[in-house]
Design a protein around this ligand. Structure first.
Ligand SMILES: [Fe+2]
Length: 284
């Protein structure tokens, strides 16, 4: 019922997600509006707010209303005043050293290497390039529902091992010169079993939990058989009908249900353009 109090409209060109026209995150957002935001997030999986003023403090406060915030595993790129904000892009000024990757990320859900991955992420475009630097989303619930019944039966109950070391090795191949994975990080995040098909704790919806650059293997399967199965599932999941490609405008804020969508980034010309994004993560 509360969701009906939140006005939404479809995002042009997207088969899922919704825009919340006229929303502001700063100031004292009433609790009933927050309830509506949460319900809309679970229902639409992606929420888009336009023309949000650049205010990292307000982003932290608003995100904190949705749940306890998760601190990023790489603290070097966090905001100097608001450590809950992870900075992404090639911006380096005002005490900010944003996390810059030269490789196109693979499809993933955030922090899948934690025992309880984050519930939601909020991503804000402070400075965005005119071309490139997009964020693409994949409706992981729709991809599950569209799988043939035989494949659903085959994969339900399988466990994938998500490993920060696998992710780190992948990142290092694409962005040479990264420091090695520290012993401390390795200790904090041991290989983590996750269901390949997960059930959303709020909506009960099943979805494909595929993170090709983070999954080392599927339990009980050889590396080759694991890779082949993941490749087959990814080929299905990345069909155009399940995707939404977000081209950023400055001031866009996108919130996504990290337990129902996968996302990835595209490259941009970092020799020409500056990019600065702020991200907060709601712990699961
Ligand atoms: Fe991510």
């Amino acid at each position: 019922m509360l969701a009906e109090t939140t006005a939404t409209r479809p995002i042009p060109g997207a088969s899922f997600g919704a825009e919340l026209p006229g929303w502001r995150i700063a100031g004292d957002v009433p609790e009933i509006a927050m309830d509506g935001f949460r319900a809309a997030l679970h229902r639409h999986r992606i929420l888009l707010l336009r023309s949000v003023p650049n205010n990292p403090g307000a982003l932290v406060a608003f995100s904190g209303r949705l749940g306890p915030l998760e601190l990023h595993s790489a603290s070097t790129a966090t905001h100097p005043v608001h450590p809950e904000v992870f900075c992404v892009g090639n911006y380096e000024a005002d005490g900010i050293r944003a996390n810059f990757a030269r490789g196109v990320e693979q499809w993933h859900a955030d922090s899948s290497f934690r025992s309880v991955p984050s519930a939601a992420s909020l991503f804000y475009g402070a400075i965005v390039p005119p071309v490139g630097g997009e964020t693409w989303f994949l409706d992981a619930t729709a991809t599950w529902m569209a799988l043939p019944a035989a494949m659903q039966a085959r994969i339900e109950g399988l466990t994938a091992i998500h490993d920060i070391a696998t992710l780190h090795a992948w990142n290092s191949r694409h962005t040479p010169g990264r420091p090695p994975l520290s012993e401390e990080t390795r200790r904090r995040f041991p290989p983590q079993p996750q269901p390949l098909v997960r059930v959303h704790p709020v909506t009960g919806a099943r979805s494909l939990f595929l993170c090709p650059a983070v999954i080392s293997h599927i339990e009980g399967m050889s590396l080759a058989a694991s890779a082949a199965l993941i490749e087959t599932l990814m080929a299905h999941a990345t069909e155009e009908r399940f995707l939404y490609r977000h081209a950023w405008q400055p001031g866009d804020l996108v919130a996504w249900d990290n337990r129902a969508v996968l996302h990835t980034a595209t490259l941009f010309d970092h020799t020409k353009y500056t990019r600065l994004m702020f991200r907060t993560m709601i712990a699961g």
